[in-house]
Design a protein around this ligand. Structure first.
Ligand SMILES: *Cc1c(COP(=O)(O)O)cnc(C)c1O
Length: 227
């Protein structure tokens, strides 16, 4: 079996090739290693191979690993955030990708104010009509953004999505494109706002996501193996 370092090296080559195809700079794509269910040793191996960004989908699980992990990693929350975990998440995560309601944005804003340090977030958008998934609908996004962008203690850096699973990754392309166009529409409504980040693409479809403008890709299985 290839090592974690070998997997990361192979993914970096695929990132560079996908970026080149799209005329993008590979450095504009940040690889987040998604370590959910994997032990601290796996995080250490990834960090030794140059990974600086770690993704976890549960606050509690991240908190058990964080004290034993290299200190200079950036932790990304990529799973649904319950409001009763918001305080812990705000204390420990560099970027919360999963703000899926105005109420959660307001709560994070309050917590950031109390703490005296702004919180970076992404708004999660639900694409493909999957009622079971969390995220703002494309219809609700503009009004939620219009309200949340005025909150002084959160920094909305862009959008995140988890598209419906497509066995053929090229079938996910319309969803990735839609997320980029939704971002562009917000910038048209609010010229001068900055929404540089698009968090989209996982192990089986990150190349397509990069071709459509992903700046954060969230990769677990292709780095750490099956969960
Ligand atoms: C688990 C997870 C990933 C990583 O998925 P892989 O298919 O293992 O790369 C990415 N994003 C989110 C939101 C996840 O929960």
């Amino acid at each position: 079996m290839p090592s974690i370092a070998e997997n990361i090296a192979a993914i970096r080559e695929r990132i560079a090739a996908a970026a080149r195809r799209a005329g993008r700079n590979p450095d504009a794509v940040t690889l987040i290693a998604v370590s959910k269910t994997k032990p601290v040793a796996a995080i250490q191996a990834a960090a030794a191979a140059g990974i600086q960004d770690i993704g976890e989908n549960r606050v509690q699980e991240a908190l058990t690993k964080l004290p034993h992990s290299p200190p200079d990693l950036r932790w990304h929350l990529i799973g649904h955030l319950q409001s009763n975990k918001a305080k812990l998440a705000a204390e420990h995560f560099y970027l919360i990708h999963t703000v899926d309601s105005l109420a959660l944005a307001q709560r994070l804003n309050r917590l950031a104010q109390e703490r005296g340090r702004p919180q970076a977030v992404l708004l999660q958008v639900r694409l493909g009509d999957e009622a079971t998934k969390s995220g703002l609908s494309p219809t609700d996004l503009p009004s939620a953004y219009a309200a949340a962008r005025g909150l002084p203690h959160i920094r909305i850096q862009g959008l995140m999505t988890i598209p419906p699973f497509c066995p053929d990754p090229t079938d996910a392309r319309p969803y990735f494109r839609q997320l980029r166009l939704l971002r562009d529409a917000l910038l048209t409504d609010f010229p001068g706002d900055q929404l540089p980040e698009l968090s989209m693409g996982m192990s089986h479809d990150f190349e397509v996501a990069i071709e459509e403008g992903a700046t954060y890709i969230r990769v677990g299985t292709a780095i750490f193996g099956e969960r």
